[in-house]
Design a protein around this ligand. Structure first.
Ligand SMILES: [Fe+2]
Length: 272
């Protein structure tokens, strides 16, 4: 178990979003995950498409079906939270999609494909203020994050967010700019982890191929493997805390960057 991949972004739940339409399709996708080397995953439906309160029993249903079908994949409940959904969720709902131990809970926040930077930074700040660390899903697909020497992305990283690069981006499925941005994150040492954002057979996991692509960018095999295995596993076991921005941060101006002044977090309090 400890040597396999851990996929922290996959649309695995049946019939809730643009992932598998039914349980059979979920099992098919789970089989693709296992064939790709994944041993554990978080089911991360688009939060706006699902009743968050249903996630625990929906994931339990998937785990039971996986066991019955002898597919060796362990699934934990999560969600891919859109930036506009952050203000709409209660504290209890945020907890249902969060991961990690009580003193280091974190949430998968979707980098918006429409490039709404101000909304992204505002949503991220709101989650940090509630004590959550942030794993930023596919930042390479949010093109304005890369303007001005990746100013927007750096704003997030210096506040403790981790960049989750998608295997499909690295392999060119989302176009040349997303691929170039993914390579830029990896080659610059800014990647926190790789995940699949898989949806089904037409958008499969491809983590093994992404690992190879990362090596072609100059990463060592162990370094690339850690992005698919050790780092995501540690995120589940050890969690992630937000950071206060460094004093003298350069991210205090600009037309689409929220300026937030608040005292340092230190060790973030666990959300209740
Ligand atoms: Fe996704």
């Amino acid at each position: 178990m400890d040597s396999g991949f851990v996929d922290l972004h996959v649309h695995l739940l049946p019939g809730v979003d643009d992932g598998p339409p039914d349980l059979d399709a979920t099992l098919e996708l789970a089989g693709l995950e296992v064939a790709d080397g994944v041993v554990a995953a978080t089911a991360t439906p688009h939060v706006a498409s699902v009743d968050v309160a249903e996630l625990p029993w929906r994931v339990a249903e998937v785990n039971a079906a996986l066991a019955k079908a002898h597919i060796p994949l362990v699934v934990e409940a999560g969600g891919e939270l859109g930036v506009r959904g952050v203000p709409r969720l209660s504290a209890e709902e945020l907890e249902l999609i969060a991961h990690g131990p009580a003193d280091a809970r974190w949430i998968l926040l979707e980098a918006p494909l429409d490039g709404a930077m101000r909304t992204l930074h505002g949503a991220a700040d709101q989650l940090r203020a509630a004590g959550y660390g942030i794993v930023l899903a596919h930042p390479e697909r949010c093109l304005p994050l890369f303007d001005d020497d990746m100013r927007g992305l750096m704003r997030e990283l210096e506040r403790g967010s981790l960049a989750q690069v998608s295997s499909s981006s690295l392999l060119g499925l989302h176009g040349i700019r997303a691929r170039r941005n993914a390579a830029r994150i990896l080659a610059g040492g800014h990647a926190g982890l790789l995940a699949s954002d898989a949806h089904g057979p037409r958008r499969p996991p491809c983590l093994t191929a992404a690992l190879r692509a990362a090596c072609e960018l100059g990463l060592g095999v162990e370094q690339a493997r850690a992005l698919c295995a050790d780092r995501p596993r540690a995120l589940l076991q050890e969690g992630l805390r937000p950071l206060a921005p460094a004093s003298g941060s350069s991210y205090v101006a600009g037309s689409d960057v929220s300026v937030v002044r608040r005292p340092p977090f230190g060790v973030a309090a666990a959300p209740s």
